[in-house]
Design a protein around this ligand. Structure first.
Ligand code: NAP
Ligand code: MG
Length: 495
């Protein structure tokens, strides 16, 4: 195995204590406190980061408010140019950024590089929107004899708090920042306390690209110290959050302080369905990647696999081989296809689910342990359980780890009911050669994204978000532009 050497730029970045970025200035937290970031592959400390709190949040909101006064009127083409410049910088520094992502999150470099590409695509896509935020002109019939000019404008919503998790630490930030910037909002970003480093590096690139001061601000620190003051702040106009459903609910409540706009992208327990006529090899490869990609720490993870009874044995046998063929090692090794989980806490949560699954009577097909030979790091083997009666906790609860629950089915109506029988409704997969059948099932599933003969195809052009307790609103695509703007109707009497 060839472990990549840490680039000298990355080492220099890690060695420098990281500060908050507020109003274009790098500064310590008001409290002067800091916290340590850990490498989940080695359990060693990686870097020291400023620990912000409500005082720093106040400063950042003030800076964002000031910047909003001019940024909202900046020529759209200038906003587009800056976003494209940032995309170019990420492209130039992709290898450096990918290493930072792998070091703090643990994921294989292969996927950290993909995150960089995702961030570039998001920026270029939303840069295009800056010049295309349009209103409508609509005739009125209220007073037929009058001569009215009646039209709509789309105004940027204002100061936005962006609270992101650790599972895609770069694309989560960019996916929220890019549309907010494109429409003329200003922002305060709060990354997860496990993965703030890539967000800090991203702020340096914002600075290098030439964004005006205060348009983007960064306050690192915990959910309690930074996330809560942001969500309840009276001068924040919108909060957009990705993370757990429990925290999402508390953010929605805090946001009522001033009725700020809220977008929530929360958990999932997504059904992935294999029909008897599917190409079994493709379906198995897709099902394995749907759950094992990113160590299973994906909100859309295909964690409930429904397999038609007639092909159950073959699918289980092939899935087992797929799980055993993964290369589990430090994400910095080029050969790695699975790295450690993000933290000790996440590792313990997942291991506890594996124990509970066995207590509940699920049949372990493969995995279930720490991989041999890896003494340090939060590694968990790709794990598959069979749960014939769909009775175990792992058939219902989001695990956020590489643990798949396989369940057989026979009747299509019963299957659709079971697939929809979840508090979540984020995503679903269908594997079949019969596309008429696939479209019919897709129409009946309660899920924000349905993938047919593919999985996890997330693209800036496709609206992304959940039904039920998987969230409020949609991100990406045209839909998110609406979420960062207010509609104003202007009616003019021309006589
Ligand atoms: P989390 O607690 O929901 O954290 C997500 C973000 O929200 C982090 O930046 C977090 O800050 C912040 N936060 C936490 N409490 C907050 C509060 N009261 N007000 C405002 N912001 C707050 O997720 P987690 O603890 O990292 O992971 C726990 C579980 O959440 C996972 O096992 C998984 O099930 C789920 N999850 C889902 C997604 C997804 O993509 N939908 C992503 C990550 C996790 P700090 O972490 O810095 O304290
Ligand atoms: Mg956390």
């Amino acid at each position: 195995m060839t472990a990549n050497v840490i680039l000298k730029e990355v080492q220099a970045f890690l060695d420098q204590p990281s500060q908050l970025f507020i109003g274009g200035q790098w500064q310590d937290a008001k409290s002067k406190q800091t916290f340590m970031i850990e490498n989940p592959a080695t359990e060693q400390s990686l870097a020291v980061v400023a620990k912000g709190n409500a005082d720093d949040v106040d400063l950042a909101v003030e800076a964002a408010q000031q910047a909003f006064k001019s940024w909202r009127y900046e020529a759209p083409v200038v906003r587009a140019k800056l976003l494209n410049k940032l995309a170019d910088l990420i492209e130039q520094k992709a290898e450096e950024l990918a290493q930072i992502i792998t070091l703090e999150n643990g994921k294989p470099l292969l996927y950290s590089r993909r995150e960089c590409l995702g961030a570039i695509n998001l920026l270029r896509y939303f840069a295009g929107f800056a010049t295309k935020i349009e209103g409508r002109t609509v005739p009125v019939s209220t007073a037929p004899t009058a001569n009215f000019l009646n039209y709509t404008l789309r105004d940027p919503v204002g100061v936005c708090a962006l609270i992101v998790p650790w599972n895609f630490p770069l694309t989560m930030c960019v996916g929220k920042l890019a549309p907010a910037m494109a429409v003329g909002c200003t922002t305060i970003l709060k990354p997860a306390d496990q993965t703030p480093l890539i967000a800090i590096r991203l702020m340096q690139l914002f600075e290098e690209a030439g964004f005006p001061k205060g348009v983007v601000n960064l306050v690192t620190g915990s959910g309690r110290d930074v996330g809560e003051p942001l969500s309840s702040h009276m001068k924040v106009n919108k909060v957009t959050f990705t993370g757990s459903t429990d925290v999402g609910k508390s953010i929605a409540q805090q946001a009522t302080s001033n009725m700020k706009r809220v977008t929530l992208e929360l958990g999932g327990k997504s059904p992935n369905i294999i029909l008897p006529d599917a190409d079994i090899d493709k379906a198995v490869a897709g099902a394995a990647s749907a759950i094992f990609y990113n160590q299973g720490q994906v909100c859309t993870a295909g964690s409930r696999l429904y397999v038609h009874e007639s092909i159950l044995d073959e699918v289980l046998e092939k899935l087992k081989i797929a799980a055993q063929s993964m290369t589990i090692t430090n994400g910095l090794d080029e050969s790695s296809t699975m790295g450690p989980l993000v933290s000790k806490r996440q590792y313990e949560t997942v291991m506890r689910y594996i124990e509970r699954a066995q207590e509940d009577g699920a049949e372990l097909i493969v995995g279930g342990q720490r991989p041999e030979g890896l003494e340090k790091g939060y590694y968990v083997q790709p794990t598959i359980f069979l749960d014939k009666d769909e009775k175990t906790c792992i058939a219902k609860e989001e695990i956020f780890g590489p643990v798949l629950t396989v369940m057989p089915w026979t009747d299509i109506d019963d299957l659709v009911e079971r697939a929809n029988n979840s508090v979540y409704g984020l995503a679903a997969g269908i594997w079949t050669k019969d596309l008429a059948n696939a479209h019919t099932i897709a129409a009946r599933l309660e899920a924000g994204s349905v993938w047919i003969n593919c999985y996890n195809v997330v693209d800036p052009v496709s609206p992304f978000g959940g039904y039920k307790q998987s969230g409020w609103g949609r991100e990406m695509s045209h839909d998110v532009i609406e979420a960062y703007t207010e509609t104003k109707n202007v009616c003019v009497n021309l006589v």
